[in-house]
Design a protein around this ligand. Structure first.
Ligand code: MG
Length: 265
């Protein structure tokens, strides 16, 4: 569930200026709680910092785009380089042991960048405008992520998607992922989306048909447990832009991609 602009600002400040403001301990603690009684980072300054971080510019259609030479792009390149080296090694080991290695990707701001939406709506969230945006299926890739998806596939690693998007957003998500070149395993057996009306049996601890009380961590970790325990894969790496994508286990390694624009608890 997305937090209000104030909460976004407090959480995002940790990413942009965490070490300076809150100390290294707080900055690495996962931002899962409000930090302190310090005066929060100035929200106007924070918006500027976010633009600088992404190298945000409006293209000829007025769509806000990140720059390929931005600090954001540099952070992603470093993470992707590390992930590729790890996937290569971990895949070899898994195959040697007779395991079926898999990787799991979140979608929003892990594969598809929502910067234009976030900036346009001043880092707030509205279900209707968000749904329209997603279903336009015209988001750009998070730099390097489609390549990472294809790299994993090339190493014999099964690619899965684990997203909070709804079933009603499936067609848009598939079309958009194809468009950016993440055209790997975009079938319903590999792309897990949220179906609150008819939740799968493996989420029975927090959801039954007609009732849904799963937190993001319960939903996402429960889906990874299904991939491992029911489908028989070993998840070697899990990629997400939120800590709630990564908490709850069922992955040998987690990769946190940068996103200072909103917080999903
Ligand atoms: Mg995400």
């Amino acid at each position: 569930m997305r937090k209000s602009l104030k909460a976004v600002a407090a959480g995002a400040a940790c990413v942009v200026a965490g070490a300076a403001l809150y100390g290294a301990g707080a900055a690495t603690a996962g931002q899962s709680t409000a930090n302190s009684t310090h005066e929060p980072y100035n929200i106007g300054q924070l918006v500027k910092d976010i633009d600088t971080y992404y190298g945000t510019t409006a293209d000829s259609n007025g769509v806000y785009q990140a720059s390929e030479d931005s600090p954001y792009a540099e952070d992603l390149a470093r993470i992707d380089g590390d992930a590729k080296r790890y996937i290569d090694k971990a895949a070899r080991k898994a195959h040697h042991r007779g395991e079926k290695p898999a990787v799991v990707f979140d979608i929003d701001d892990t594969l598809l960048l929502s910067l234009d939406y976030e900036k346009r709506y001043n880092y707030t969230y509205n279900a209707t405008t968000w749904n329209d945006y997603v279903n336009k299926a015209d988001r750009p890739a998070v730099f390097g992520s489609p390549e990472l998806v294809r790299y994993a596939e090339s190493k014999g690693v099964e690619v899965f998607y684990n997203s909070g998007l709804s079933e009603a957003q499936r067609a848009g998500a598939v079309e958009n992922l194809k468009k950016v070149g993440a055209d790997v395993n975009l079938d319903a057996g590999h792309m897990f989306l949220k179906d609150k009306a008819n939740p799968p049996a493996y989420l029975k601890d927090c959801a039954t048909p007609g009732t849904w009380s799963c937190t993001t961590v319960q939903y996402k970790a429960g889906t990874r447990a299904h991939i491992e325990d029911d489908l028989g894969y070993e998840i070697i790496a899990n990629f997400g832009d939120q800590y709630s994508d990564l908490d709850g286990g069922h992955a040998d390694r987690t990769y946190k991609l940068p996103n200072p624009t909103y917080f999903v608890g």
